[in-house]
Design a protein around this ligand. Structure first.
Ligand SMILES: [Fe+2]
Length: 215
């Protein structure tokens, strides 16, 4: 059973409390980043995370999933021709499997997806590392439904963090681990902790995803 079938709706008092906690978490995130910038040591600090890389077996499938389903945008399509234009040799491109998609979401680092023969998690791999994407508190259940409607196996949502946090977990078509997370979620009381995430792989067979590959 899903949490929506097993957990009660929140009382009005809890809905207010969870929204307040969610606002506090957002403020804390902004404040902690600001504090990092304006407090000592003044030198030697790094900037934000620039990009994260993940392997895949097929860049076209990756684009279907991340752009067509998850709504990412292709920031740069670094195919062999473009890599050669910036100075890569064909031999190095092939040896390093360097062609990739640079994807962008609303914030955070780029997600660079490489067609790479190693590093794809085994079906039994633990849930770390995983990549978590933010979503609004009223959107997390519709997003779950969208993924399920396209054949993605989803675990959750549950509440692994403070009251009002909600997360669900899923894999991309290759087995890379992902999470959608929100705060200020008040639709229902969720089980505390994380769901069983051991059976998330599936056969990718999407329908109705239309992509513009001209970017
Ligand atoms: Fe997480």
């Amino acid at each position: 059973m899903t949490p929506s079938e097993t957990t009660p709706r929140l009382t009005a008092e809890k809905r207010v409390l969870y929204k307040v906690i969610g606002g506090g978490i957002r403020c804390f995130t902004v404040a902690s980043r600001l504090a990092y910038r304006v407090t000592p040591p003044w030198a030697g600090k790094l900037g934000s995370v620039d990009h994260v890389t993940i392997p895949c077996r097929d860049l076209r499938v990756a684009e279907e999933f991340y752009v067509g389903l998850l709504g990412a945008r292709v920031a740069l399509r670094l195919d062999a021709a473009r890599l050669e234009r910036i100075g890569w040799s064909p031999e190095d491109i092939e040896a390093n499997h360097a062609a990739h998609l640079q994807l962008t979401f609303a914030g955070g680092p780029h997600l660079d997806v490489f067609e790479y023969p190693e590093g794809i998690p085994a079906a039994t791999a633990p849930m770390h590392p995983h990549i978590a994407l933010k979503v609004g508190p009223r959107q997390i259940l519709p997003w779950k439904q969208r993924l399920v409607d396209h054949g993605v196996v989803v675990a959750g949502p549950t509440r692994p963090g403070p009251p009002g946090q909600a997360s669900f977990y899923f894999n991309d078509p290759f087995g890379n681990h992902l999470e959608l997370v929100t705060v200020g979620f008040t639709d229902q009381e969720l089980p505390i902790g994380v769901p069983d995430r051991s059976q998330l792989n599936y056969e990718w067979a999407p329908a109705g995803l239309h992509l513009d590959r001209s970017a």
